[in-house]
Write a protein of this length. Structure first.
Ligand SMILES: Cc1cc2nc3c(=O)[nH]c(=O)nc-3n(C[C@H](O)[C@H](O)[C@H](O)COP(=O)(O)OP(=O)(O)OC[C@H]3O[C@@H](n4cnc5c(N)ncnc54)[C@H](O)[C@@H]3O)c2cc1C
Length: 809
């Protein structure tokens, strides 16, 4: 007899794949939540049952690596708890390199692994062969080896998690499909199912490739796309060890895994095949597509060259199954911005088995506490925006991301599909002026300007790239004269209402100006004191504030602010990103230039002022603020007026400059970048931003209590700037910091400072016994860059400061 659905559950998890079962397990076990899981068919019957089962751990984000490491720890010990095996085998993983670019990528990867506490080894071709004697290694430069990676049985782990969830009180219902939601006051009040409605407090959409259409039932946009993915299972391979490591051979676009004496192998094609742009049928249960040997031939050819023994081995079976992929290759977690209590864990890009255990752990915490437990920005649903509602755009970009799965990851690489999407009115003009554009959350933004006779195209490489000198010229012009940056893509919000000031005082860690016409730079903190947003708030009037934040943080920051406006206050948030454009005029000559195009007395605009004045014939809000460490003005004006204002400014002789120059300039000045240097895991105290806190006042704000507690104890990490003695080093972030020869942390960002003439990096130096300026400056430092130790100098003050004209390096 089938169990009856309860009338109410605290949390309803939708989907019985590995992610739903892991989430239900952690909700029940870690949080003692009253949780039910609804699966329209049978547990594992979506994408999970046919996964190949490779489990890798290393990602470019420390927190996501932590999530994947957690999966491995869980898969190791789950059987002891539930009595059901997970098939976990720590076979290790070999990644093969056949060219120097790939080899450099692995050297950097091994350094990242070391930064994140993992021992990735670099092996010669013959050492590689010793670990997997059947490999043809003649074309190899070498390989990387991570001994703690492995493989597991996707269905077994999922059944084990489901059993664990039940043991901790979760109820799992198979054969019950979700048909819709009752939504009341912006929150899900009930889940409508094929067996009636369940009232609930929170919903978690773990619907795999169905998650998009489940989201749509609640008005939530979930940008993912089902794509067909194939692998084959061979007969027994002579001489194959059961302990053989898994293999990733990205230059041949293939992967391999040992399975009962045979091999499982598949790959990532440059020409992937979308499944459907329609809804995925609810009846798709334990189903596969027809074998597509024509499409698989490319992998077959490459696999035979790598493992010649396969020529004599029969194929038992082909698996051609769908999996959901996303436009940036990362999965999707977190609270949907559209609703108050709708969470997601989906879009796993063919690493849902590797990620499932850990994703369920952090997602359960997020669901119960309303706040991510660690820095999950790279997988946060709020990294997407409104235009991701376009299915054709998502499909196009997702196919590109899938096709790049195994290509060499060059620094600064840009996607090419689905562009241009959002353009400033200056786009065509800047293009003809030589702009080479990058794209950020849909916006085309000039990265750099090619001088006459130079092609405005990035040539990617592992060393310095073709734009290096041209960005240097823009940088110097800004330092010595003035440059104009089109920063129209800035996310911009207005907060209006009688209680707007009160709301901002509570949401922001810095004091909100009491006078009209003033602005403040502030962080927005979580309850742990970690930095959730980093932005500028300008007070236009007592009941009218203008908020400016980074392009990529539009949905994230909007929803953080909206979610934290205390109930009952009169304060309404509106996104005005596409109403106003922004031109930043920066450099020592900027005041002179402004004076020539404005009627107002520019010298009366002091640092931190915002004034509405006429610029180039149009009303504009002028914010006296800088991200490049120079005298400068941000001019915010209705988008349509931007070309006039731009022309007026350019007639006075500043240069065009782009985002790569901004990056170099801000590194010299030591400004922090959110998502890299400052994240939800870092407090302003640790980041050297204690001066931007109103702790001395008695005003309450989100994160205050945690900061007060932390300020009474010694800090365990502090942000430090570094320059390297060698000038030719390429710093990218995640390089290991050694203090007196021992691990002390890793870089959060890296680049080059053209004024100081040196590579620059920032990162937290850690010491569990406490840290101080004396401790920091008394050490001797090296950075490990692509496995090479490079001498470095630590700096606690900006490397360049325009006001004091201090240049230190
Ligand atoms: C060929 C192939 C090989 C792969 N190999 C690997 C690998 O080696 N390593 C790795 O880590 N990953 C691999 N993957 C990826 C892995 O399979 C997925 O990432 C993972 O299974 C996703 O799990 P999930 O729980 O998100 O989705 P699913 O397993 O698809 O679960 C979603 C569930 O939601 C249910 N559902 C949907 N709609 C509703 C509704 N309205 N009401 C109720 N229930 C609903 C579905 O029936 C389904 O069971 C591979 C994928 C493929 C296709």
């Amino acid at each position: 007899m089938t169990k009856a659905l309860p009338a109410h559950a605290q949390v309803v998890v939708i989907g019985g794949g590995i992610v739903g079962c892991s989430t239900a397990y952690h909700l029940a076990k870690d949080h003692k939540a009253d949780v039910i899981l609804l699966e329209q068919n049978k547990i594992t019957s979506g994408s999970t049952w046919h996964a190949a089962g490779l489990v890798g751990q290393l990602r470019s984000s420390a927190s996501i690596t932590q999530v994947l490491k957690y999966s491995v720890d869980l898969y190791k010990k789950l059987e002891a708890e539930t009595g059901l095996q997970t098939g976990w085998k720590m076979s290790g993983c070999l990644r093969l390199a056949t060219n120097q670019d790939r080899w450099t990528e692995y050297k950097r990867l091994a350094t990242t692994a070391q930064s994140f506490g993992m021992d990735m080894q670099l092996l010669s071709p013959s050492e590689t062969k010793q670990l997997f004697p059947l490999l043809e290694v003649a074309d190899l430069v070498g390989s990387s080896y991570l001994p703690t990676d492995g493989q597991a049985s996707p269905s077994d782990i999922t059944q084990s998690l489901a059993k664990g969830a039940r043991m901790h009180g979760a109820q799992i219902f198979e054969g019950i499909g979700v048909l819709g939601f009752d939504i009341v006051n912006g929150a899900v009040a009930g889940v409508v199912t094929t067996q009636g409605t369940v009232k609930c407090d929170r919903v978690v959409n773990c619907g795999g490739m169905w998650a998009r259409q489940i989201g749509a039932m609640a008005g939530v946009s979930v940008p993912l796309q089902p794509i067909k993915h194939q692998y084959v299972i061979t007969e027994k391979v002579d001489g194959l060890s059961p302990d053989a490591p898994t293999i990733r051979d990205p230059d041949r676009r293939t992967y391999f895994k040992e399975e009962v004496g045979g091999l499982v192998f598949g790959g990532y094609e440059p020409n992937p095949i979308t499944w459907t742009l329609e809804d995925v049928p609810s009846t798709f249960e334990f189903e596969l597509f027809d074998d597509n040997w024509d499409h698989f031939e490319q992998h077959m050819t490459q696999a035979l060259l790598r493992i010649p023994a396969l020529e004599k081995t029969g194929i038992k079976k082909m698996i051609n199954g769908p999996e959901s992929f996303t436009p940036d290759g990362n999965f999707i977690l977190g609270k949907a911005p559209e609703l108050k209590n709708f969470y997601l864990g989906c879009g796993f890009n063919a690493f849902g088995i590797a990620a499932g255990g850990g994703a369920g752990w952090v997602l359960a915490d997020w669901v119960m506490k309303g706040e991510a437990p660690t820095d999950l920005w790279s997988v946060d649903i709020r990294r997407f925006s409104n235009f991701h509602k376009s299915r054709t755009w998502v499909n196009e970009r997702t196919l590109e991301a899938y096709g790049k799965h195994y290509t060499v990851g060059f620094p600064h690489e840009e996607y090419t599909s689905g562009r241009p999407k959002l353009k400033s009115p200056l786009y065509d003009h800047l293009k003809s002026a030589g702009a080479c554009f990058g794209s950020k959350l849909g916006w085309e933004r000039p990265n750099w300007f090619a001088p006459k006779g130079v092609e405005s195209v990035d040539h990617y490489s592992m060393g310095r790239q073709n734009w290096f000198d041209h960005v240097g010229a823009e940088h110097r012009s800004v330092r010595e004269h003035a440059g104009v940056f089109d920063q129209s893509s800035f996310a911009k919000f207005e907060l209006k209402g009688r209680d707007a000031f009160q709301a901002l005082q509570y949401i922001c860690a810095n004091a909100i100006p009491k006078n009209d016409g003033r602005l403040v730079y502030t962080q927005l903190l979580n309850t742990r004191g970690g930095i959730e947003c980093d932005l500028t708030v300008a007070r236009l009037a007592e009941d009218h504030f203008y908020i400016v934040t980074g392009t990529g943080f539009r949905a994230h920051d909007y929803s953080w602010i909206a979610d934290h406006i205390p109930g009952g206050l009169d304060a309404k948030l509106v996104d005005v990103t596409e109403v106003y454009g922004t031109l930043s005029l920066m450099g020592p000559k900027s005041r002179e230039i402004m004076q020539k195009v404005c009627s107002a007395h520019i010298s009366t605009i002091k640092f931190g002022d915002v004034k509405v004045i006429n610029v180039g014939g149009h009303q504009a809000s002028v914010l006296r603020i800088t991200y490049v460490g120079e005298l400068g003005f941000e001019i915010h004006a209705p988008l349509a007026t931007l070309p006039d204002i731009y022309s007026a400014l350019m007639r006075q002789g500043p240069v065009n400059a782009g985002y790569r120059a901004i990056e170099s300039l801000r590194l010299e000045k030591g400004y922090r970048a959110w998502g890299a240097d400052i994240t939800p895991n870092d407090t302003p105290l640790e980041a050297g931003l204690g001066w931007a806190l109103k702790l001395k006042s008695d005003i309450d704000f989100v994160g205050r209590a945690a900061l007060m507690e932390k300020s009474e104890q010694p800090l365990k990490k502090m942000m430090v700037g570094f320059t390297t003695e060698r000038e030719d080093v390429v710093l990218l972030g995640r390089e290991t910091i050694l203090r007196d020869g021992k691990f002390a942390g890793y870089l959060t960002s890296g680049g080059y400072g053209y004024t100081v003439g040196k590579p620059i990096g920032y990162g937290y130096v850690r010491n569990m016994d406490g840290i101080s300026a004396d401790y920091l400056m008394s050490g001797s430092y090296e950075l490990v860059v692509a496995q090479e130790r490079v001498k470095a100098v630590a700096h606690l003050k900006p490397l360049y400061d325009a006001e004091n004209l201090r240049i230190k390096a």
